[in-house]
Design a protein around this ligand. Structure first.
Ligand code: FAD
Ligand code: NAI
Length: 467
């Protein structure tokens, strides 16, 4: 079995790379250790979490907002087992789609653990222990990441859980403590808070979503508090002790000796993910890792072996599905002799809470740090006709533009449909638009995108039309 390209890992990085390689005429093999393709994203990440976010949002709207719209409903009941079943149906349809795409593109799929025998020989060991050997000219490592679970948190997959187990809970818990106020904590916290669970978030830093613009953190904190979530910022969990039917969480204030205990049904650990390279036997192929366990790559995503590349969560940078996809495409096009490029500054980040948060480019803190002179334009959702019509008035659009040239440097949105709206900002910034360029483009009325135009007008010279 001889291949031009072998890809280890079938997440959004790996399977997209396989499709692009097939398009460019490479004989391609894709190796996946699990039975289904699609990696973290399709099986236990992006897709199932969004399925549950949508279901829980429907319930929340029916119980909290329908009456104001003049819709009377009888008594409502959550059937979490059915929600999970629907989520599983969505996942199986989606991963089935990847099987179809691999067949359509004539990519050879092998299920089993991939490992390097040497730099050009990959072994695949399946569940039954059978071993196959592939010879390959080039290899892409796309093995993704796993949750970080410190020993003191006693991760037992029953009471102390990660996102993977949280996506399978079939009875609405009374109380859940979430360690980490990052993306997973807030998205899955929202799911359960909407269904009636008391959610307590313990975050080490002084704000939630520490990587995003601080105005977004503030806006979202307000909205999530309205949903009933509680936040202990600047606190750390020192120990988690699971019992049969509950779990004890010991918390300490970061700047003092003050401590307290919380007892809950579940403790969700969501403090980040680590690159996953176990079992690859990288030492047989001279592929080196950095101090954080990430595969070291250069600008072409080439590892310390010239015929081996790495992409996605297993290397440096944001752990996002669309970042992994872009990197898969970049490597394959580079191997085909093209000159692809990724502008990492323009990879958007989205948090699928409600309101949603979406961001691209520099945050205000980053511009301050880099001593860039900038202007700010902000526009609140509550001044938007479209937002009032749907009663989704929480949120704002914030545009940061260069003080001299007016070039847009960052766009940060909290609000309904922010996830889809951020694309306008990505397109504008890819073409190096000024705030005035955006302000002079027609935006359909009434839409949420008018808030982008108004924020651009504010950034240009404080001349929003509707405030
Ligand atoms: P993965 O998707 O992790 O795929 C790696 C694959 O490699 C896995 O299937 C694994 O089994 C396989 N593998 C590992 N080692 C071997 C081996 N030795 N042999 C064979 N196979 C192997 N990102 C977003 O952009 N948007 C979102 O909304 C979003 N939501 C998320 C929600 C949750 C709950 C989680 C956990 C993550 C979410 N992410 C989201 C992040 C996203 O899932 C990852 O960034 C993305 O999956 C990374 O893709 P990847 O291809 O690098 O790796
Ligand atoms: P994260 O990096 O987003 O957030 C982790 C949070 O935990 C941070 O706020 C951090 O300050 C805090 N923290 C770290 N150690 C702590 C400790 N000991 N005690 C208390 N707080 C602590 O990581 P998360 O939420 O686990 O997500 C992992 C990755 O998955 C992210 O990098 C994200 O990119 C990706 N993801 C993306 C989604 C999306 O794009 N919508 C959705 C879910 C996950």
């Amino acid at each position: 079995m001889q291949y031009d390209l072998t890809i280890i890992g079938s997440g959004p990085g790996g399977y997209v790379a396989a499709i692009r390689a097939a398009q460019l005429g490479m004989k391609t093999a894709l190796i996946e250790k699990y039975d289904t393709l699609g990696g973290t994203c399709l099986n236990v990440g992006c897709i199932p979490s969004k399925a549950l976010l949508d279901s829980s949002e429907h319930y929340h709207n029916a119980s909290e907002h329908f009456a104001a719209h003049g819709i009377k409903v009888g008594s409502l009941e959550v059937d979490l087992a059915r929600m999970i079943e629907r989520k599983n149906e969505v996942v199986s349809q989606t991963v089935g789609g990847i099987d179809f795409l691999m067949k359509k593109n004539k990519v050879d799929v092998f299920h089993g653990v991939g490992a390097f025998k040497d730099a050009h020989t990959i072994t695949v060991t399946d569940k039954g222990g059978d071993l196959k050997e592939l010879t390959t000219k080039k290899t892409i490592i796309a093995t993704g990441s796993k949750p970080i679970t410190p020993a003191a948190f006693n991760y037992d997959k029953k009471r102390v859980i990660t996102s993977t187990e949280a996506l399978e809970i079939e009875k609405v818990p009374k109380k859940m403590v979430i360690i980490g106020g990052g993306v997973i904590g807030l998205e899955l916290g929202s799911v359960f808070a909407r269904l009636g669970t008391e959610i307590v978030v313990v975050e080490y830093l002084d704000r939630i979503l520490p990587g995003m613009d601080s105005d977004c953190s503030k806006e979202l904190t307000r909205s999530l508090k309205k949903l009933g979530m509680t936040f202990h910022l600047k606190h750390m969990v020192t120990k988690v002790t699971p019992a049969k039917s509950n779990v004890k969480i010991e918390v300490q204030k970061r700047d003092s000796d003050e401590t307290f205990e919380i007892t809950a049904d579940y403790c969700l650990v969501a403090i980040g993910r680590r690159p996953y390279t176990e079992g690859l036997q990288l030492e047989n192929a001279s592929v080196s890792l950095d101090e954080k366990g990430r595969v070291i790559v250069d600008d072409h995503l080439q590892t310390t072996h010239p015929d081996i590349f790495a992409i996605g969560d297993v290397i440096r940078g944001a752990m996002l599905a669309h970042k992994a996809e872009e990197e898969g495409i970049l490597v394959v096009e580079y191997l085909a002799g093209q000159k692809p490029h990724i502008d990492y500054n323009l990879i958007p980040g989205v948090v699928y809470t409600w309101p949603e948060v979406a961001s691209v480019g520099k945050t205000e803190d980053e511009l301050k740090e880099q001593k860039v002179e900038y202007k700010v334009g902000k526009f609140p959702y509550k001044a938007l006709g479209r937002a009032r019509a749907s009663m989704d008035i929480d949120g704002m659009v914030k545009i940061l533009a260069d003080k001299t040239t007016d070039e847009v440097l960052g766009v940060h949105i909290v609000g309904a449909r922010a996830a889809d709206m951020i694309s306008e900002a990505v397109v504008a910034m890819e073409y190096r638009a000024s705030a005035e360029d955006i302000a002079r483009m027609s935006h359909a009325h009434p839409t949420y995108t008018e808030a982008i135009r108004e924020a651009a007008l504010m950034a240009t010279d404080d001349r929003a039309l509707h405030i």
